[in-house]
Design a protein around this ligand. Sequence first.
Ligand code: G3P
Ligand code: CA
Length: 258
Amino acid sequence: MSDYRPLVFAHRGGADALPEHTLGAYMRALEDGADGLECDVRLTRDGHLVCVHDRNLNRTSNGRGLVSTKTLAELDALNFGSWHPSYPSDEDLPDLSRLLTLDRLLEALRDSGRQVRLLIETKHPSRYGAEVERKLVETLGRHGLPDDKVHVTVMSFAALALRRVRAQAPGVPTVYLLEILPPGVGRGRLPFGARIAGPGVGLVRSRPGLVPSIRQAGHQVYVWTVNEPDDLDMVLDHRVDGVITDRPKFVLDRVAEM
Ligand code: G3P
Ligand code: CA
């Protein structure tokens, strides 16, 4: 039996089994034993942070159009669960149809009393300017976070977003997400004080030296989105620090067998 045990994060709340970014999906992932949750946030027209991955509403709700052109009240009138094959669920879960906002998620985590790691990805720094990170830091402050229960880490593909978070909330750790390899990162250099590298699983597969170099430079590595058995075996062989997956139960079961 190995003493290696990666952190397991439910990507979009565990998007495989239940409608992504609904409170029911998040709570189910935590019940299943996930260490943490991965949450995308973007801004509504009236400046609220909502947990929605896509730029538009078409895939994950019964609405149409861009999230950024809607008010919170307009989004609250939509169903965010009915598109998913598991909906409605007969399990005893919180609402699987209601829009999740960052405020609602943080309140639910506080009320649960659980110790949880929350990876928040800001979408989309290049479109919203500095407002999405400013609003995120303001929201965390309003909820008294991070604290000893909810451990918050901010993630972005944009170095600029990491710089903004560092300037406004220097104590909050950041993850530099990678789909391709920018200059320097292959030698373990991350921008703006990022503590963690977040390569996609395809990048890890195509660059076997990447994880060792980044770890040698003193950084941690969280890999996304690890859903397939051979990908999971590969990242576990690399002894990555975190696994971000749509299938937290599958990953947790596999890790428990190690
Ligand atoms: O955890 C990082 C991963 O979520 C990035 O990809 O498109 O699912 O946000 P995406
Ligand atoms: Ca994401």
